[in-house]
Ligand binder design. Structure first.
Ligand SMILES: Nc1ncnc2c1ncn2[C@@H]1O[C@H](COP(=O)(O)OP(=O)(O)O)[C@@H](O)[C@H]1O
Ligand SMILES: [Mg+2]
Length: 337
């Protein structure tokens, strides 16, 4: 549905906001782009609807290369692409109804058709009872629902979301993400979600790209990327809510020293058979001492990914780790005597 091919954008001849990015986003996908502030995410998403013109590269949406279009054709093509924003960007002096109506004005529909469409859109986002309210009378979540209704007015195939939940509290964020997921299914909508929040990607995205300093440094299915993060920034995002990467710091701060025969091990697993009592078996079968330091389980889509930092001691450590590996657990030795 969306193809960016070797796209670059430099501002003022010096700030390379987007560097040679190539991305393919399949129809009906929810595709996440995650990165820290300044990584180039907003520029990248604005390149998708050509609000920013690339210095080089192709931007293909629904089989049309937008970089080849004149202004009039571009306006037409943009109707296939809706967009929502962190600050909602509503008209403060217009009612909810009039905000959603705005993109339909001059569309060739009759007044009756427009009104029908607006009512349908308000129903879709659960705001039928707020048609006559003004933005100032709404909560953040309701304002974003208006933003979504307005973005969908022209029945786009693609919805671009630039930090759409970043101004919302966690509970409201959840309700907006749930709505996006519903719309994705119900309307076969392709959704691109830009965020600096790991939880957003984890909850709704099928695929993800990680951006750092203008480049896409890693991309793939969320399970692959988050289970096998290779890039440092990706690891930071994956472990942003736990202490898994802080083991060395922790050991140092606690002045915790490993005994002669003790080793520090990071275990991780995804989707393994949880029926089998692996740790119990390991202890019993190989007479191993296990001390659990940290643990964390994340649900990535429907798949659990678990991490466990343990100290093990005993004579048959090699055998016990081989047993875990044979059962699909990834074993990463942090310190081994
Ligand atoms: N219109 C602009 N003019 C000049 N520099 C810009 C402009 N837009 C973005 N930048 C710069 O490009 C870089 C990437 O910004 P942006 O795409 O907004 O990142 P993000 O959305 O990931 O925070 C930043 O260094 C930013 O200052
Ligand atoms: Mg941004």
């Amino acid at each position: 549905m969306i193809e960016l091919i070797n796209v670059s954008k430099t501002f003022d001849n010096q700030v390379e906001a987007v560097k040679d990015v190539t991305l393919r986003i399949k129809p009906k996908q929810i595709f996440g782009i995650i990165g820290y502030s300044g990584a180039g995410k907003s520029t990248l998403i604005r390149l998708i609807n050509l609000l920013e013109k690339p210095d080089q590269g192709k931007v293909i949406v629904d089989e049309v290369d937008l970089t080849t279009l004149d202004q009039k054709q571009l306006r037409q093509s943009r109707k296939k692409i809706g967009m929502i924003f962190q600050r909602f960007n509503l008209f403060r002096s217009r009612t909810v109804f009039a905000n959603v109506r705005y993109p339909l004005e001059g569309s060739g529909l009759t007044n009756i058709e427009i009104n029908e469409r607006v009512n349908e859109l308000l129903q879709l986002v659960g705001l039928s009872d707020k048609a006559d309210s003004y933005p100032s009378q709404l909560s953040g979540g309701q304002m974003q629902r208006v933003g979504i209704a307005r973005a969908l007015a022209n029945r786009p195939k693609v919805l671009l979301c630039d930090e759409a939940t970043s101004a919302l509290d966690p509970q409201t964020t959840q309700s907006i993400l749930k709505l996006l997921k519903e719309l994705n299914k119900k309307l076969d909508l392709t959704i691109v979600v830009i965020t600096h929040q790991m939880s957003v990607v984890k909850d709704i995205c099928d695929e993800v790209a990680i951006m750092d300093q203008g480049s896409v440094v890693e991309q793939g299915s969320i399970l692959d990327v988050f289970y096998n993060p290779t890039y440092e920034i990706t690891k930071q995002f994956v472990h942003s809510a736990d202490n898994i990467d802080k083991v060395d710091e922790y050991l140092a701060s606690k002045r915790l020293e490993l005994a002669q025969d003790e080793n520090l091990i990071l275990l991780s697993y995804s989707n393994i058979n949880t029926q089998e009592a692996l740790i119990y078996n390991m202890i019993k079968q190989f007479d191993i001492k296990v001390n659990i330091l940290f643990g964390n389980i994340e649900l990535i889509g429907d798949n659990p990914i678990g991490w466990l930092v343990i100290i093990i001691g005993g004579k048959q450590q090699d055998e016990s780790l081989a047993y875990l590996r044979a059962n699909g657990v990834r074993v990463e030795v942090k310190h081994y005597v």
